[in-house]
Each structure stands twice: as C-alpha cells, then as structure tokens.
Design a protein around this ligand. Structure first.
Ligand SMILES: [Zn+2]
Length: 235
C-alpha cells in the first residue's frame, strides 16, 4: 500500500513538473515570453491564430488591406501545407508570420519527442514555403509543457497575448469588438482567430474586425506587426 502511494505520488509530481509548473511560469506569470509591447508608444499588435483558412484568411487579408494595416499570423503547419499560396500571400502583403506548431496539439498531451517534432515540423513547413526564417512561435492555447519554451525559443520569440475576446466562442461581433476595446491599451498584443477549429467559422471575428480597427484608430492606437511593436517612435 505504501509503495503504491509512493508510486502515485512520484507519478503525480512528474506530471506536475511536465505540465502545471512550466505552464504556471510561462503562461500564468508570463515570464520570459513576449505578451505585451511598450506601454509608452501608441501601438498595438493584431495577431491571428490557427490559419491559413481557405475562406476566412483571404477575408481577413482584405479587411486589413482596406485599412492599410499589417498584422501577425500564427499559422498551423498542416494548414500551411494545404494552402501554401495563402501563406505566401500573407507574407507578400507585409504581415509577420509565426509558427503555431504543425498539428495544433495541446502541449500537455505530448511527450518530449512529440513536443520537439510538433514545433520543428511547424517551423519547417512555413520556412519551406516562405524560403526564410520564421521568427515567432506561439504554442496552441498558450499552453506549455517543460520543453515548449526552450524548443520554441530556438525559433526566435515566444509570443502570447495581453488581450482577447474569445472570438472563437462568441457569436456577437459587437460584443467581441467591445471586449477588445475595453481591455486593450498601448502595447497590447491582441489575439484573434482567422480560422476556427471549434465552431468552423470566423464570421463573428470578420464582422468585428472593422469595428475593432475603427475603435483602435479612434483611440490613437496604431496596429502594427510584431516586428514594429518594440520600436520606439523615433525609428
Ligand atoms: Zn491556436
């Protein structure tokens, strides 16, 4: 009995070391990750996760182009392999591209080898299509296991967010826009989704996006890609 309890205790401790502790450190306490830009410059970064999507990504690009805005897209490798032309289109329009792993698997469900594979495969898929280095990485749902950060960092910056509106769940565009408006400020990294794996459509986000952009501009906040978020105004 004592042996069983000991084994259970060790197993639980190891599981916690692999999942809860790193997640608390990087996601909970936001240590070592880029989750917010400088607060003294009136810039924010719009970031779009989970694409490319054959319908909703082009629509997102259209809206951004209409407002002359550059953003950042965190792409899932398997979607990128399916729609490589969209990946090139995003880059050609001047947006930044980040790695969002190959299969969008939850990091807690992965062992060490799979963790490395998921991150590397995602990066390689994008780099093969783009012919250049991908400098940003965001883990699915912003979740970490013990290896996620160190493997992700070899690709550049590990990026989370400071502001989101659960646009994959909320169907009311005005509510999404309102939520972004009330929780964003100078330096915010805003999380949205141009592909929705849960409910299958990003229509609410697409309706909300023009409202979000209008509100940011009206508040004097300039949406920029991540590479410009950290630059001072003088540059
Ligand atoms: Zn995602």
């Amino acid at each position: 009995m004592i042996a069983l309890v000991t084994i259970a205790g060790i197993t639980l401790s190891l599981a916690g070391l692999w999942t809860v502790l790193p997640d608390l450190w990087f996601r909970g306490l936001r240590r070592q990750v880029l989750w917010h830009g400088p607060r003294d410059v009136n810039r924010v970064a719009l970031t779009f996760d989970d694409g490319p999507h054959p319908v909703d990504t082009p629509r997102t690009l259209e809206i951004l182009a209409r407002h002359d805005i550059r953003a950042t897209f965190f792409l899932v490798g398997k979607n990128a392999d399916r729609y490589p032309n969209l990946v090139r289109e995003i880059a050609a329009a001047g947006h930044d591209i980040g790695n969002h792993t190959y299969n969008h698997r939850h990091q807690w469900s992965l062992g060490p080898i799979k963790t490395v594979q998921e991150i590397r495969q995602g990066k390689e898929a994008l780099e093969q299509i783009l012919g250049k280095t991908v400098e940003y990485f965001r883990p699915p749902w912003g979740m970490f296991n013990l290896l996620t950060f160190s493997v992700g960092r070899t690709n550049g910056k590990v990026v989370l967010w400071s502001c989101t509106a659960q646009d994959w769940q909320i169907s009311d565009a005005a509510a999404i826009a309102h939520r972004i408006s009330t929780t964003s400020s100078a330096g915010s990294i805003i999380l949205l989704h141009d592909a929705n794996g849960v409910f299958g459509t990003s229509a609410p986000m697409l309706s909300a996006l023009p409202l979000i952009i209008a509100d940011l501009k009206q508040r004097g906040l300039d949406p920029v890609p991540l590479r410009h978020l950290k630059q001072s105004k003088a540059k």
